[in-house]
Design a protein around this ligand. Sequence first.
Ligand SMILES: [Zn+2]
Ligand SMILES: [Zn+2]
Length: 436
Amino acid sequence: MAALNEVKLKKLVELRREFHAHAETGWTEFWTTAKIAGILDSLGYKVLAGREMLNLESVMGRPSEEEIKVHIERALSQGADSGWIERMDGYTGALGILDTGKPGPVLAFRFDIDAVDVSEAGDEKHRPFREGFASMNENAMHSCGHDAHATIGIGLAELLMERKDELTGIIKLIFQPAEEGVRGGKAVADNGILDDVDYFLSAHVGMGIPSGNVAPSCRDFLCTTKFDVTYKGKAAHAGGAPNEGRNALLAAASASLALAGIPPHKDGATRINIGVLQAGTGRNVIPPKALMKVETRGLTMDLNSYVYDRAMEAVSGAAAMYGVEMSMASMGAAVDALSDKSLVDLVGEKALLVEGITTLAPEVSLGGSEDVSWMMRAVQKRGGKAVYFVLGTDIAAGHHNEYFDLDESVLDYGPVLFAELAVTLSVREITGEGRS
Ligand SMILES: [Zn+2]
Ligand SMILES: [Zn+2]
């Protein structure tokens, strides 16, 4: 399949740079969502935005309403369309639906759109800075490549509209908010928009795979749970009446040590991290409050549950030990995921036919967590097939690093490959091959 023509590619490169400059972290992607929704709408897609495409009960790790307001104002001041901002109603993410009107499968493609909590490098050796498209937003940077994901999704949206006559069934393009910290995937999966999906496809750029390569398969998605623990004790004079206090700092400190002491499991990889511990108010005060930010991981659901359950014993045990109150807030979660072999094979087969892709890379070990897993599971649970693969892309620095940048040629072969897969899966259904 031929690559995109020069004009098209140039437009996508510009769009990627716009997304890059307007980097927004999870649940604050207002400018980004409004931009995507506007383009999908102009292409002729039916569009759902923000609240309309989420199950609000499954939203995790969303900033406070006050913070959300600040981000909405910022997006508007940066030129976001107020009509779309209103439609979104405080939530981010967009869904474009193309109904071909012909009987056929339901295909869903997922692109995550959020940035990372990192301040972008501001020196000449960093191309986005040098060429004037570095993030204009403090502590928000597209250092994972989701600016490319959003752009590839838009490139795909254009190609599918052009090739509409070759398609059957329904196509859903999901632009997912808040992947970082695995906070948004479950809210999308639980909304029901995947309930009729036969084929689900998603990909990540980079991940150590060079440009021109595609790794059709990924393994080792770690299950993970992210949570905040708050201890509430009682302040008292540290010299005059320490016995009247309830020490939240000590509860959190003991809990931390107990958490770090959870033994690894013989059946496979497990992880626990206490990333933040904040406690106390003043030198001569028995500390009345403490906050811990914790995450657990495991190679399987059982392994993650093992760590999580032990962690719950530790944090509540520490509360009892020091007579303080404890509260828990769920901040993010992902499950494990497995791609279906038939789709992995199809990605490999089609990739090599796309101009710009020359090599199939071996299976990638993710060794991290991805909340696409909720969506893959939702589709597979109902008998559909799902795949998550890697679109190789040379990168200037590691993912999440402030010098991250990517080779924009992926904006060329990325959409072309996805479009080819969409057409193939559509045709496969009408020629009677059915699901393989
Ligand atoms: Zn990331
Ligand atoms: Zn990422």
